[in-house]
Design a protein around this ligand. Sequence first.
Ligand SMILES: Nc1nc2c(ncn2[C@@H]2O[C@H](COP(=O)(O)OP(=O)(O)O)[C@@H](O)[C@H]2O)c(=O)[nH]1
Ligand SMILES: [Mg+2]
Length: 237
Amino acid sequence: MCTTCGCGNTHHHHHHHDDDRAEEIRLEADILGRNDAFAAANREWFAGHGVKAFNIVSSPGSGKTSLLEATAEALRGQVEMAVIEGDQATDNDADRIKALGVNAVQINTRNGCHLDAHMVGHAVEKLDPPTGSLLFIENVGNLVCPAMFDLGETARVVVISVTEGDDKPLKYPYMFESAQICVINKIDLLPYVDSDIERIKRNVLSVNPAMRFFALSATKGPGMDSWLDFLTAGAQQ
Ligand SMILES: Nc1nc2c(ncn2[C@@H]2O[C@H](COP(=O)(O)OP(=O)(O)O)[C@@H](O)[C@H]2O)c(=O)[nH]1
Ligand SMILES: [Mg+2]
């Protein structure tokens, strides 16, 4: 996608002053506008290649990589999958996925707090996921910035673990509004925390009444079956 983005060429750096709020807003609109164009190109590529792409978002440590590890193990030999990993630093998560024999690419955003559609486009070029496969994009752990950046995904999956506090959907509503699927993870820890699946769901539904839920434990197994059924529904072979 270098052909369309021109990222090999000189980048233009915009300068702005803190007191110039109008300029800031213009730049933000500019950045999001450009992101949306790359997102549209990604979406078209996914549709054209019959690839289902999931943008996995959550706060750090809720179990995104663990969910992908468990998914990779369960789907081995059934459905082809690939993973794009986003973190500020390290290749840890891509290494965890590759250790399971799954094709993965790591993106390091350095001081960036989210993946954008341009980065994802290049990672897709590298991975070249086959027709009929599932592509998981693990976003940078953070319930704020990734909400604003469409990656061209087929669906956005927000993971919340039962140890995070049931009020997080109310505190970070934009992320929960922007997702279609909510995985409630670490249900094996329910006996040890003051948390309640029904209360989490109620809070999520108050910001997004159309949300679809999967409650599971990525590391211990309960609830994984419905998640896997959802992923493989409609997948060829
Ligand atoms: N008890 C329990 N621990 C989990 C579960 N899922 C993930 N963890 C643990 O939570 C920590 C963070 O998990 P990780 O997958 O790295 O989270 P990420 O930052 O969202 O990718 C690790 O120590 C995992 O072993 C779960 O379902 N149950
Ligand atoms: Mg991770």
